[in-house]
Design a protein around this ligand. Structure first.
Ligand SMILES: Nc1ncnc2c1ncn2[C@@H]1O[C@H](COP(=O)(O)OP(=O)(O)OP(=O)(O)O)[C@@H](O)[C@H]1O
Ligand SMILES: [Mg+2]
Length: 350
């Protein structure tokens, strides 16, 4: 097992970093069955406060600032200390009560900061062998913590807001990431989108200037014509997240957005974004489906030999949205196939 590292980073405050980090971690752990470690490097500890409200999260005994110490000074022990379900898929290195230690890291001399970065790389290397995915939420300033988080990432997601100043700042983010990590893929995801005239204009500019840094969402529509399934490619669009009260509520109660009542449209929108993020991360997870689920998968392959991958991907990304049963499969098979996302690598359908 070697975890992929997802870092959420933007030097602007309040753009939704902690929201997206937490919700991606919930989705990865609870909907995609990834053994996930969440590292909160922000002394404000906003993400930690949300996560500890979730009864399935276990708290690690590692302190986030300790990840920057040398091997002898730190004690990397990924065993959970308290709380949560025994085999929880989501473990938290919490920033609560670590404010001073986290802030004082930056007070070191330049040469010590270099050593601290290599300590952090080593610590993440140790942790990687215990998890499928590590999600790092970083603080809104370019210091040793957020730079290190960018440095170790396989993929970096930067939530942005659709205002002229935010778009002007994107070049700065690209340059900074380029200096710290030249292999990680970077995606900008507009968040708190309200479709005002100004935001629509800014979105058009963003697509014109930075299209290849947006998250492309490839979706299909599925219809049924007698016993024929007809698949059509939808127009390519990019991952954006609307401003929705139910998202703030989900954070407030420490739950995945799919659990909040009256949130059908919010979940329908964001699940496509979260699924596409998981596809981009491409977690290296083992296939461990139960026999009955494997049986449903075989039925799908037999009934739709050249369409099964696209149909299964659609079920994972959007749920059972086409409203009819697939020829050759029962409702139970369709439910099994949706659940298969938890026990299969996403790459099965990509
Ligand atoms: N799409 C959204 N719709 C509604 N509320 C949102 C959305 N995204 C984030 N929020 C809320 O906005 C507030 C700020 O978001 P968040 O704390 O995630 O920002 P941040 O970038 O982590 O801030 P900081 O830079 O201070 O760490 C939170 O209360 C969060 O729940
Ligand atoms: Mg935050």
């Amino acid at each position: 097992m070697v975890a992929k590292v997802l870092t959420i980073s933007n030097e602007k405050g309040g753009v939704g970093k902690s929201f997206l980090a937490v919700q991606t971690a919930f989705y990865a752990a609870y909907q995609c069955g990834c053994k996930t470690l969440f590292i909160d490097l922000d002394s404000q500890a906003n993400a930690s406060r949300v996560l500890i409200k979730n009864e399935m999260v276990t708290l690690s005994n590692i302190k986030p600032a300790d990840l920057f110490l040398t091997g002898e000074e730190r004690d990397i022990n990924p065993e959970a200390e308290i709380g949560g379900e025994e085999n929880s898929n989501l473990q938290l290195i919490s920033a609560i009560n670590s404010k001073e230690e986290l802030i004082s890291l930056q007070e070191n001399q330049e040469s010590e900061l270099i050593q601290m970065y290599s300590n952090f790389v080593e610590a993440i290397g140790v942790l990687k062998s215990q998890f499928d995915l590590i999600v790092i939420d970083s603080n809104p300033n370019a210091d040793i913590r957020s730079n290190s988080a960018v440095g170790v990432a396989d993929i970096i997601i930067s939530p942005i807001q659709l205002y002229t100043e935010s778009i002007q700042g994107l070049e700065g983010i690209v340059n900074r990431v380029g200096q710290l990590n030249n292999t990680a893929r970077v995606y900008f995801i507009p968040n708190m989108v309200d479709h005002s005239e100004l935001q629509v204009r800014t979105a058009e500019k963003l697509v014109a200037m930075n299209k290849d840094m947006l998250l492309p969402i490839h979706e299909i529509s599925v219809t049924r014509n007698d016993d024929q399934i007809v698949i059509e490619e939808c127009e390519l669009h990019y991952g954006v997240i609307k401003r929705r009260n139910c998202f703030a509520v989900a954070q407030d109660i420490g739950k995945g957005v799919w659990i909040v009542n009256n949130n059908k449209s919010g979940w329908r929108e964001i699940r496509r974004v979260l699924f596409t993020i998981m596809e981009a991360i491409d977690v290296d997870k083992e296939f461990s489906a139960a026999d009955e689920v494997v049986f449903s998968l075989e039925k799908l392959k037999q009934a739709h030999p050249d369409k099964w991958k696209r149909l299964l991907r659609h079920l994972w990304m959007c749920g059972h949205t086409f409203g009819f049963t697939l020829p050759g499969l029962s409702q139970g098979d369709v439910q099994n196939l949706i659940g298969l996302k938890e026990t299969s690598p996403i790459s099965l359908v990509s």
